[in-house]
Design a protein around this ligand. Structure first.
Ligand SMILES: [Fe+2]
Length: 284
């Protein structure tokens, strides 16, 4: 059995955002599942938890964090991990994910998802920490590729090799953000298709799709625009390689009405099923 078979395919979902709390319990026929930002629900009682309880009565959820800082030189934050474990026991997410990055050092939080040098030493270091987190949470986690605006001279491998090596060495899953691949391919001048064709396929459990902003010389991963056609094309390529994979639409700024956001999930479904139908016909 390959790693990703430990997880069910949740279908096509959207991120649960505060602006939509009033809508999600009413209108969600087209959304298969929801992803929550774990930190937004690390509160005692109140509306967020009430909404989450209601949502999970009818839909699977996944917990997506932004504070694990798995690549930091600081020790892992035990209080944060304990809160995460308590939440996971209460809300029973289909899985827990966070980013392959660091967010601070020396106790300072930089509130950004910062890239790592792609070296063997960093693979061993991060993989050891992922294993510690998985042991503590008593379940495998997914790590997500981040967008970046700088690279390290020390890097000795490609980004996709680093992501795959960390996942293999720590025995964790991959949340593949297709938009982040597109953004990084432009910013760092590599071939996005090669990334998708090279990353270890047995560990890709989930996709992220989002919009970005184009600043001419560089792309910014802002999650505030509709998904560009080029990113959809990349998504279709990923579906050809990885097959049907749980897909999540992220939108975090200039957030549209829930109805508009919720329509993107079936668009992803339509594209994925069309691509797979063509694939089986042509034997791609
Ligand atoms: Fe993402």
């Amino acid at each position: 059995m390959v790693f990703k078979d430990n997880f069910r395919d949740l279908g096509f979902g959207v991120g649960l955002r505060r602006q939509h709390y009033a809508d999600v319990t009413e209108y969600r026929a087209t959304v298969d599942w929801f992803e929550i930002i774990s930190e937004n629900f690390m509160v005692r009682g109140g509306r967020p938890l009430a909404v989450l309880e209601k949502v999970r009565e009818t839909h699977p959820i996944a917990m997506h964090g932004v504070s694990l800082s798995i690549g930091s030189a600081d020790p892992l934050n035990r209080d944060y991990l304990m809160t995460l474990r308590t939440m996971a026991r209460q809300f029973e997410p289909a899985w827990i994910s966070d980013h392959l990055c660091w967010t601070g050092v020396g106790g300072h939080n930089l509130h950004d998802l910062l890239p790592l040098p792609y070296t063997d030493e960093a693979v061993r270091y991060v993989a050891r920490r992922v294993r510690q987190v998985q042991d503590f949470l008593e379940q495998p986690i997914l790590v997500e590729n981040v967008s970046s605006y700088m690279t390290f001279r020390a890097s000795a491998m490609e980004e996709w090799e680093f992501l795959s090596a960390v996942a293999e060495e720590s025995d964790c899953g991959i949340l593949l953000d297709i938009n982040n691949i597109f953004v990084n391919a432009f910013n760092h001048q590599f071939d996005a298709l090669r990334y998708i064709d090279s990353v270890t396929s047995e560990r890709v459990v989930q996709f992220h799709m989002a919009g970005h902003s184009d600043h001419g010389t560089h792309l910014l991963d802002t999650h505030d625009h509709p998904i560009r056609e080029e990113v959809w094309q990349l998504y279709e390529h990923a579906v050809r390689r990885f097959g049907l994979t749980a897909t999540l639409i992220e939108w975090d700024d200039n957030i549209p009405e829930f109805e508009t956001l919720a329509r993107i999930a079936p668009e992803a479904r339509d594209r994925a099923t069309r691509v797979l139908r063509m694939t089986s016909r042509t034997g791609y």
